[in-house]
Design a protein around this ligand. Structure first.
Ligand SMILES: NC(=O)C1=CN([C@@H]2O[C@H](COP(=O)(O)OP(=O)(O)OC[C@H]3O[C@@H](n4cnc5c(N)ncnc54)[C@H](OP(=O)(O)O)[C@@H]3O)[C@@H](O)[C@H]2O)C=CC1
Ligand SMILES: O=C(CO)[C@H](O)[C@H](O)COP(=O)(O)O
Length: 466
């Protein structure tokens, strides 16, 4: 019998948590998994919620167990697996049915899939889900891209299971095809930037001021009780205060300093460059992760180049202000990318709303997002977040600290790629007259490319060509 309002394919970390969340909110959910032996343990662990979960071993039965028009959420790895599953499931679907990719997919793939499925009267939703396993189980933030037809059916389910901020569900329909996945990609780019800035501040205090992990953790926990409150600050504060049960050493001291990356950070940077932008804070964070994975090379280099670092005599207050500035600039770069993509792909992105659905449930949630949302609803000179009255004032108050921190780091030989990038971007943007006149002269000198003259129309060449 067809009783389930939604199907969840993929009972891994995220899929199982989302299915349980939906069941808990009273929805009937058909579930299945590629390796079917995982279905029974999932059902056993579901406890009372099993009554709302309808397990199937076969894809056909899973599809037939759904009320029409059907809505099927795939929580599987992005790329080829998703294409293979689309190929497998579409022959079983009927016009009007919706396939949702809830994984971290490349939005270009989402656009391609949406267009291909539309030719068969099928709907494809690219949905960014943030919040990790706990978020998926108890309230994620979700960024939905797709047709209004799909949203009309999906919206009530997603609003019920989403995180809420003061009663407002952290989910919305952001635009067609790849809009939701792109917003999630940029969310992750901001996540990379913020994580890197936190790591740099940790490094300065640890290596430049001999603070213990416990002390640095306590500082972050203290920050989390004030205006810098955020999920990433909270978990970093906690992680730094754990000891390794095996050795008794601080946990961070036994974790290898080489971080992986699955793709969303890189996609953010690639798309920024493609759109003629530079999100240099995010680029710095992605680059720093890549350098981190060159552990062997860095160890050889330390022996040859010398790893000595100078002292840093800066306290928590200065670090907090520097972090505030970097956080504002990181978010601002993310929103600039969203604006550039909205223009390019003709997406009706509502930046204030995006900030709102990031206020709870997602990894980059922070107290600042409420101010960002308010800024987008107000007057933004030149459309720039950093020029809103609120953020221009906060930057004016915090940039001196960022300058102090970057200067001390540079003098002491501490790597601060993200903090340095943040400051360079800020300093670039506050100059009405920069240095690209020299670039133009160089291009004309070597390549006869011509340049624009101040106050005159047309292309000009320098006297070096006379
Ligand atoms: N973990 C996280 O914090 C977050 C993850 N995501 C995204 O969610 C998606 C799922 O991630 P997550 O739940 O963590 O991953 P898991 O590794 O926990 O689960 C992966 C799931 O995908 C299935 N699967 C793997 N390969 C295939 C395939 N070729 N065909 C069909 N099914 C397949 C697995 O089935 P089987 O059991 O048979 O192997 C399993 O059900 C990914 O796109 C990820 O990027 C998004 C936000 C946060
Ligand atoms: O989407 C997420 C959080 O928002 C996932 O945890 C993702 O895996 C994070 O990216 P990476 O693995 O590259 O650090």
């Amino acid at each position: 019998m067809s009783t389930a309002q939604i199907g969840v394919y993929g009972l891994g970390t995220m899929g199982s948590a989302l299915a349980l969340n939906m069941a808990e909110h009273g929805f009937d959910v058909a579930v299945t998994n590629r390796e079917t032996e995982w279905i029974a343990p999932f059902m056993a662990e579901a406890g009372d919620l099993a009554a709302k979960l309808h397990p199937h071993d076969e894809l056909e039965a899973f599809v037939q167990g759904l009320t029409t028009p059907r809505v099927i959420l795939f929580m599987i790895p992005s790329g080829k697996p998703m294409d293979m599953m689309i190929d497998a499931v579409t022959p079983l679907l009927e016009p009007g049915d919706t396939i949702i990719d809830g994984g971290n997919a490349n939005f270009h793939d989402t656009r391609r899939r949406a267009a291909a499925l539309a030719e068969r009267d099928l709907h494809f939703v690219g949905m960014g889900v943030s919040g990790g396993e706990a978020g998926a189980r108890h309230g994620p933030s979700m960024m939905v891209g797709g047709t209004s037809h799909s949203w009309a059916q999906l919206g009530p389910i997603l609003r019920a299971i989403a995180a809420t901020f003061e009663g407002d569900p952290c989910v919305d329909h952001l635009g067609p095809d790849g809009a939701g996945h792109f917003v999630k990609t940029v969310h992750n780019g901001i996540e990379y930037a913020e994580m890197q800035v936190i790591a740099e501040i940790y490094g300065l205090l640890r290596n430049g001021a001999a603070w213990t992990p416990q002390e640095i953790g306590q500082m972050f926990s203290e920050w989390d009780r004030g205006p810098l409150k955020s999920y990433l600050i909270e978990i970093t504060g906690k992680a730094l205060q754990y000891d390794d049960p095996k050795t008794g050493h601080p946990m961070v001291d036994v974790i290898k300093d080489a971080a992986g990356q699955k793709g969303t950070g890189r996609w953010t940077v690639v798309e920024a460059v493609r759109l003629g932008q530079s999100a240099n804070l995010i680029e710095a964070a992605v680059g720093a992760r890549s350098w981190s994975s060159e552990k062997d090379t860095r160890q050889v280099a330390e022996a040859i180049l010398g790893g000595a670092r100078g002292g840093i005599a800066l306290g928590s207050g200065t670090m907090a202000d520097a972090f505030t500035a970097a956080r504002i600039l990181g978010y601002a770069q993310g929103f600039r990318l969203l604006e550039a993509a909205a223009d390019e792909y003709d997406w009706p992105l509502d930046y204030a709303r995006i900030a709102e659905i990031w206020r709870a449930g997602c990894i980059i949630r922070s107290a600042m997002l409420d101010d960002i949302s308010a800024a987008f609803r107000g007057d933004l000179p030149a459309g720039q977040l950093i020029l809103s009255e609120h953020f221009a004032q906060r930057l004016a108050a915090c940039i001196p600290a960022l300058r102090e921190v970057v200067a001390a780091a540079v003098t002491g030989g501490h790597a601060v790629p993200a903090l340095g990038a943040a400051l360079s971007w800020y300093d670039t943007m506050r100059q009405g007259f920069g240095t690209a006149n020299i670039i133009q002269a160089q291009r004309d000198f070597f390549g006869h490319h011509g340049f624009e003259r101040l106050g005159e129309e047309g292309k000009h060449h320098g006297p070096w060509w006379e």
